[in-house]
Design a binder for this molecule. Sequence first.
Ligand code: MRU
Length: 387
Amino acid sequence: MATLQAIKYSRGKLLVLDQLRLPHEHHYDEVSTSEEAFDCIRSMRVRGAPAIAIVAALAHAVELFSGSCIATTPEETIAHIDSRLDYLKESRPTAVDLSNAISLLKRASRAAQIEGLAHPEAKEAILNAYIEAAETILTKDLQSNKSIGAHGAAWLQQQYNASPDRKISVLTHCNTGSLATSGHGTALGIIRTLHMEGLLQHAYCTETRPYNQGSRLTSFELVFEKIPATLITDSMAGALFALHRERMHIGAVIVGADRVVRNGDTANKIGTYSLAVLARHHGVKFVVAAPTTSIDLETLSGAGIKIEERKANELTQISGAVVNDDGTVDSTKTARVAIADQRIGVWNPAFDVTPNDLIDAIVTEKGTVVKGADGKFDFSQVMPERW
Ligand code: MRU
């Protein structure tokens, strides 16, 4: 079956699907420099915590492969790589995957700086180490997502004793699928795995105002994969839970993460916190799907997370393809439309923090973390080396 691919890479060439044009148009941009990657990430042509990190890492790999680094000594080569990575780090601040990838790439480049190796071999060794480490981030992400899918589906199956005769329904927020990662997805990866295992009754996805990652991207992925699904606005979630409470249909809310900190507090797309409050009120499990690359053990609690604030026009304007009078969509004609008085003051935080007490499980590629007897999350089982 054809799969959706946000990122297409072969050594020396990086193509990134422009997610601002989805679902109406499939256009890949070639991204060959750090500046192009910065712009692509900042403008959200690529978005989603893992995808942002992968594009930044690979764009610089392409840049290095093209011979852009004019440094001659190993020290200058390392300094060049560091400065490009530090620049890319500023593209979006909340998702920790980018910072984690940058630390890893810096370590890999330094590890190749072998004492006594003469130029230009020393420089070549550093560049190769960087490129290989960046490529490994891409391949590992896919494996990681498939493991998250398996662990998350198994945990939910166990919680609800689910089977093909006793399926569960879930609700997800934002887009955490193939478009936000190298493939399969995290929260959407769990939904995909539940579906493949015949355990999914129905998936609900929220519109995810203001940038509509749910209606533009997740609903597109769900339709593409033929997963039984329904789109709701963010404000309908409470009504959905209330309606389903008697029938116990909604088994879980499954969301992704931009940053999970040491105590389990989780930054994710704005609106996640409200869903967690609603889920707790209605007795619905709240599950965060996060690769260990989205975990930040240095930040102790959600109070330490920097929340990105975005431009007013993301709330007051909307873009889309033109709908003909007969209801068909003309994807060749797009329009940007004002949907509010353009003079109104706007607050537009891109993320919020869900406190750990509202989270039932955090699913990583290494296993599902739940609170211990002390009521606390303990990531030592999945990240012993960093705990
Ligand atoms: O602003 P975005 O679209 O980059 O926000 C994306 C999210 O909040 C996702 O839930 C998160 O990055 C996880 S993607 C696997």
